[in-house]
Design a protein around this ligand. Structure first.
Ligand SMILES: [Zn+2]
Ligand SMILES: [Zn+2]
Length: 351
């Protein structure tokens, strides 16, 4: 049997490089992809640190990784891609890790991201992309133009999440916004907001190098954090607050801070994942302001728009990448990323 290298999670902070069997030949509607670039996501760091995310507990080894791109090597019969065109061997593709059932009520109503039968690559128990080869449905593959490189293609996934997050609160011209957390998702949200003309976009972030990145990408950077940062945003908006506040951090105190900086009647968008699976928000803050609280669940068919925004250079994904590692170095990459050290924003694994 042909073998390949893969990174599997065995328990908290226990990633191992292993030899596992290569995937079988693609069946009808499937393709075999040679993985090129994989991004490490904040959600991966939750899984890495605790072998758990939300109420999903990882009890057997599995391959992590869901933000990825690669080259199609073998195609099964009738391989129609996400753009409706046939996928061919040699095509460079970004792969949507979400595989909704397509037939349930939510899928039929256009909410495939909420499909209760959804399979998500790299989310336990489904194997992901931190390996050399992966077999995926052709419809999950989106062809990537040459002007977008493999690393950028991998980051179309978090950009898609950001796009979906900005679409839910229906921000409109003239709105102001704030983003708490300038990790890769927060920085994508910032760029999408700036791209649709939202100004100002305040960004509050504790890690100084990430604040700097946010500034370079057009943010009105808040110099303080926590209560001080909240006061600063209120001062800079003459006490009014912003129309929409995006929580893109650890979903801890940051949710409350978002509620404090949003205007009465404004919207609070929760994107971050909380470590202890709880949401902390003072009831009175949200009630007295009549805030609308929205939660984002992944995304739906946002790859074409994400590709377009990167091609038109409205969103710069390259600037987010601060670290690169080889597949063999993945355990070190996760350890460094989980320590939030060394100026890290986005780490890419080059397979
Ligand atoms: Zn992700
Ligand atoms: Zn479904």
């Amino acid at each position: 049997m042909k073998m390949m290298k893969a990174i599997r999670l065995y328990g908290p902070r226990d990633l191992r490089l292993e030899e596992v069997p290569c995937p079988a030949s693609p069946e009808r509607g499937e393709v075999l992809v040679r993985v090129r670039s994989v991004g490490i996501c904040g959600s991966d760091l939750h899984t890495f640190r605790h072998a758990r995310i939300g109420d999903t507990v990882c009890t057997t080894p599995f391959i992590m990784g869901h933000e990825f791109s690669g080259v199609v090597q073998v195609v099964g019969e009738g391989p129609t891609g996400g753009d409706g065109l046939l996928v061919h061997p040699g095509d460079r593709v970004a792969v949507d890790p979400a595989q909704p059932c397509g037939v349930c009520e939510l899928c039929k109503k256009g909410h495939s991201n909420l499909c209760p039968h959804l399979r998500f690559l790299g989310h336990y128990p489904h194997d992901g992309s931190l390996c050399e080869w992966i077999r995926v449905p052709a419809r999950n593959c989106f062809r990537v133009p040459d002007l977008i490189d493999d690393e950028e293609a991998a980051l179309l996934e978090p950009l898609g999440v950001a796009l979906h997050s900005v679409s839910l609160p229906r921000v409109k011209p003239g709105d102001s916004a704030a983003v708490i957390g300038a990790g890769p998702i927060g920085l994508c949200v910032l760029q999408v907001l700036k791209g649709v003309g939202i100004d100002p976009v305040f960004v509050m972030e504790k890690l100084p190098w990430r604040s700097k990145l946010a500034g370079r990408l057009g943010a009105s950077v808040v110099s303080g954090s926590d209560a001080q940062g909240v006061q600063e945003v209120l001062d800079r908006t003459a006490g009014r607050g912003v129309d929409v506040a995006f929580e893109a951090a650890w979903s801890d105190n940051s949710v409350q801070h978002c509620a404090e900086i949003v205007r009465p009647g404004g919207k609070l968008m929760v994107i971050g994942i909380s470590d202890d699976d709880k949401l902390y928000l003072k009831h009175s803050t949200a009630r007295r302001k009549g805030i609308t609280i929205l939660m984002v669940r992944r995304m739906k068919h946002t790859y074409p728009d994400a590709i377009d925004l990167v091609l038109r250079r409205i969103v710069d994904l390259k600037t987010l990448i601060t670290h690169r590692f080889r597949l063999e170095q993945t355990p070190d990459a996760f350890a460094l990323n989980a320590a939030y050290d060394d100026g890290i924003a986005k780490a890419i694994i080059q397979v």
